[in-house]
Design a protein around this ligand. Sequence first.
Ligand SMILES: *[C@@H]1O[C@H](CO)[C@@H](O)[C@H](O)[C@H]1NC(C)=O
Ligand SMILES: *[C@@H]1O[C@H](CO)[C@@H](O)[C@H](O)[C@H]1NC(C)=O
Length: 153
Amino acid sequence: MDPPPAPIRWRTTAISILVVVLILATVSPSTAIYCDEDDCYDLLGVTQSANSSEIKKAYYKLSLKHHPDKNPDPESRKIFVKIATAYEILKDEATREKYDYAIAHPEEVFYNTAQYYRAYYGHKTDARAVLVGLLLILSGFQYLNQTTRLWPW
Ligand SMILES: *[C@@H]1O[C@H](CO)[C@@H](O)[C@H](O)[C@H]1NC(C)=O
Ligand SMILES: *[C@@H]1O[C@H](CO)[C@@H](O)[C@H](O)[C@H]1NC(C)=O
């Protein structure tokens, strides 16, 4: 049997990638993209109403305690990375607002995910870069298809 024409294979590839992305976006709760499964405020030991100087103080205290130079315990290193991430999110008013919004509206997964990526990468990447990236991934798939023949399409 002849292989399907190229446009059909391309479309199948594109659809498969889209499905994977949609599944990933659906299964992960919207706040998970911020501090993984943890609460960013809990990580720093502050409440959601803490002001910026309290957050800063809590972060400095914890980061001193868990700094890899001071504390060789590998668990501590993990915690250090986590509190650094939490602080990155909470120190910036705009990102913190979006995080608070995500906590209050966990059902708006797609909106929150988009807001997160806008807050974090919006100023660095634009739609064109995303498109180029997507095309590169698609070309990669086509290349693999050419070299391995593992793919059913
Ligand atoms: C934050 O709260 C603390 C304790 O309630 C207070 O002493 C401090 O002045 C506040 N800082 C700001 C910037 O509002
Ligand atoms: C892709 O895979 C199919 C099926 O294994 C194969 O017939 C085709 O030549 C491959 N190459 C390209 C460029 O799609």
